[in-house]
Design a protein. Sequence first.
Length: 567
Amino acid sequence: MEAPPSYPSGSAYVEALQHRDLCFADPLLAGATVELTPLGLPRPRSGAAASVFSLTTSSGDRVAVKCFTRHAPDLQTRYAAIAAHLGAGPKAPWQVAFDYRDHGILVGGSWWPLLVMEWPGDVSGLAEYIEARLGEPAELGRVATGFAEVCDDLRRRRIAHGDLQHGNVLIGTGGSVRLIDYDGMWVPDLAGLPGAERGHPNFQSPVRTVADSGAHLDNFSAWVVYVSVLATAVDVRLWLDLDGGDECLLFRRRDFENPERSPALAALAASPVDVVRAAGAHLAALCRLAEPEQVPPLDPTAFPVPDDLPDRREIPEGPARPSQQGGTATRALPAPPIPTGKVPVVRVPPTGPPVRRGNAPAYGRPRAHRPRTRRQVWTTRVIAALAVLAVVLPIVVTMTVTAVDVRAQMTRLRTEYARIMATLPPSLAEVARAPTARWHSSGVPSWLSRQYLNLNTDQVPMALGLPQAGAAVDARMAALGYTKDWRSQSCTEPPLDNSCVRFWERITPAGYYAADWYFRAAGGTVPPQASIWLTWHPGETPDDVPPVPGVGEESPVLTATPSPFAT
């Protein structure tokens, strides 16, 4: 069985998108601008299997370009079936338009698939939307209802999204729900294929596997999302106490694997609200089912959103404390008035769990961000360090490999130079003095875009005249296996500018050498002079390098094309 291809990394896509005119086959994307980081690099939104970039075309349209970093079997077949099924009826309000392209982006000399998607507009991820509206229970209730309607529409269209989670459910203005990331979507035409992914573990049944496929894929995750939003709308302390929004809503994988010892399900069971307790008990029962197919579809009428949710509420500063009876949480009493004058300071040892601060309401709305936990802080630091390493490491490796390669190529070049100079006649011995090494890269002074290396000498005196020097060099170069290029000028006739040049080339399996001899006739008290420009072109032949007009003497380009005037 053939091994799956190794897809480019996220950092490789970042590097490729710096040259969009070269990496994209679509002219519209090639001429687009990409969203940048503060460092001026394309900004990736990276997930487990892809990196997404935001591009704005020349017409002002914003699109999302998804570049895959992990092999997914039958990806082209899946997206063709999904596009055909979605296109068979009217566009759903939750749907985001997309276009799969098998040869979409050029990275590392190979073409890779990409997905061009409609940018969903002014939206927020579900967890971010909840966090920003903890003080608006009625609005959260409408989000829960809207999400249930989307799940019902998916069932009526015979579609399963496959990975319903906080990152793939987007909330727009007015509470509208959009769904993104259709990699794991199931439609009837894919009934014969195994599943493409397992989905986010904090939203999926503990018994679901990658191979699971079918219309039932969304049932468990739909209950998780709906119950989480419903419970938060009714009792905001659940979100605060369970650290909601940390790569989840209210529940995590450990809650589903061991519901009897789940702190989240225990918190719902202790809620003073009947619908929250009942919904939590139902979700706990779903966790104990042996097969994902046994999970029933989401039915919001079984646990409806209360009609009397207020538009505004205040957010408590810390987590709830259990009452003496072990039941519901009690609200703290208002603080006593501040006394005047000198009062003794009495330190009372704290009792109960620590109180979390920093989420006090402001005009009925919570602050945008709560203090992060130590785990969140370290996770952010690790991700930032890995992101920096992903950018810096390829550069360091490239510089190291280039430095080693340069050393080897310069050794090769100096060896060839010594070989040419070993048996020069005494009249040309001055040319054999130590040469100067320099980079040349098609006129661009950058080691990252090296084309060839050279060794050259300045004009040095010689005892022979031009005709004799040219004949001596011709005999020496031919004996060393070099072939004269047709552009070589004759040194036996009066040349232009009182000088002539000889172009010689020697091809090897690893590349070719180009030796350019320059001769200048005597003038006044100046004797005849000669110089050599020896270059090494790794991995090329003379035919690989076409003429480049205007390059100049600092980076000559050779060609072996025969002269049309040659006899």
